[in-house]
Design a binder for this molecule. Structure first.
Ligand code: 13P
Ligand code: SF4
Length: 347
């Protein structure tokens, strides 16, 4: 049975706490979070925070999940690199990962003795689902001796078939550190083009051999979106995630990871930013840097948004089989090597 939710004045206080954090945050393109939204969320955040303590659980939330999770119940919010580190060092008995499947799988690989739960169940990712471990092995067989690097947005099998894993925050630096003048990079074919361009710009060129797919959110941005933002908001700074196409990245003022974008905006004296990324990151900036204006043309990850307060409460109370993360031992051990190699090279 699910735990009962609070029905008294504590709820009102909790709603006010949430509203204090979310009043400036966009719920959709046209609406902000309201006190009524926070009143509806409050019984759940109270119940989740209570059961979280009872079960000695920690909640890690990717910035792309909804703000009621990010600000209402998460112990840590961040990008895939930051959350992988938090999962690896966690002393909690249960790790609840509000994110997509490959992120929760990475947490389990890094901290296998913990129970790892993902409220959204088998929430995919168009990148992680674009390639299998066998396909990586076949690609490597075609290019013997070429080191293989995978994006963290990949399955455990793909990680196990590669030498090193990277995230958007360290992809360029680690690619530069890899030996030789050729490098296999999977499964983001647009990011592969961005790596090749960035290494050329740094004067350390490499041929990048790639296969896989693209992110269904970031691959939708076109050069015309940047041009329209510049036309409508003269002086705007446009920032993009490196999962965007190279012809888009080329036109932007900053290209970087979720964390990189937060730092770029924080350290800038500019006031208006065009955000070629997922709504959740725009929400974080609205909450944390309210003196600035964020223009978000479009872009929402339906996989990330499968996490909700309701399924987080349910997963903590009575996890369904698809919410409990397990990884085959042999694959996990091999995948761990490529993730640990990233931590070593990211320094
Ligand atoms: P970050 O590594 O920047 O968190 O990105 C993960 C992701 O899925 C972006 O679409
Ligand atoms: Fe995957 Fe794109 Fe969603 Fe990130 S935003 S989880 S890359 S589908």
């Amino acid at each position: 049975m699910l735990p009962t939710v609070e029905k008294d004045t504590v709820v009102l206080q909790e709603a006010q706490r949430l509203y204090g954090l979310l009043a400036n945050v966009s719920k959709t393109k046209a609406e902000k979070w309201t006190l009524a939204d926070c009143l509806a969320a409050a019984p759940y955040t109270l119940a989740i925070n209570r059961i979280k303590k009872e079960k000695k659980a920690v909640i890690l939330a990717h910035s792309y999940t909804t703000p009621d999770l990010v600000y209402g119940v998460a112990d840590f919010r961040g990008d895939s690199y930051e959350l992988a580190l938090k999962a690896r060092e966690s002393l909690a008995e249960v790790i609840v990962f509000a994110g997509v499947w490959f992120m929760a799988e990475t947490a389990k690989i890094l901290n296998p003795s913990k129970q790892v739960l993902i409220p959204a169940g088998k929430a995919g990712c168009t990148l992680a689902d674009s390639m299998t471990g066998l396909q990586v092995q076949a690609l490597r067989a075609k290019h013997p001796g070429v080191p293989a690097m995978c994006y963290i947005n990949s399955s455990a099998e793909v990680k196990a078939a590669c030498d090193v894993c990277v995230t958007s925050g360290n992809v360029f630096d680690i690619a530069q550190k890899m030996p030789g003048n050729e490098l296999i990079f999977v499964p983001d074919m647009l990011m592969a083009e961005n790596i090749e361009a960035e290494l050329k710009r740094r004067g350390t060129p490499k041929k990048i051999i790639s296969s896989g797919g693209s992110c269904c959110v970031h691959d939708k941005y076109r050069p015309a979106d940047v041009e329209q933002l510049r036309l409508k908001y003269p002086g705007i700074k446009v920032v993009a995630h490196p999962e965007c196409a190279p012809e888009v990245c080329r036109l932007c003022d900053y290209v970087g990871s979720t964390k990189g974008m937060v730092s770029y905006v924080a350290s800038s004296s500019d006031k208006v930013f065009g955000m070629l990324t997922e709504l959740g990151l725009v929400n974080r900036l609205e909450a944390e840097q309210p003196d600035k204006q964020f223009v978000w043309p479009f872009g929402m990850c339906s996989y990330m948004k499968k996490n909700s307060l309701i399924n987080t409460l349910q997963a903590l109370a009575e996890p369904r089989p698809e919410q409990q993360v397990s990884v085959d031992g042999i694959i996990a051990a091999q995948a761990k090597k490529s993730i640990e190699k990233m931590f070593e090279l990211a320094i």
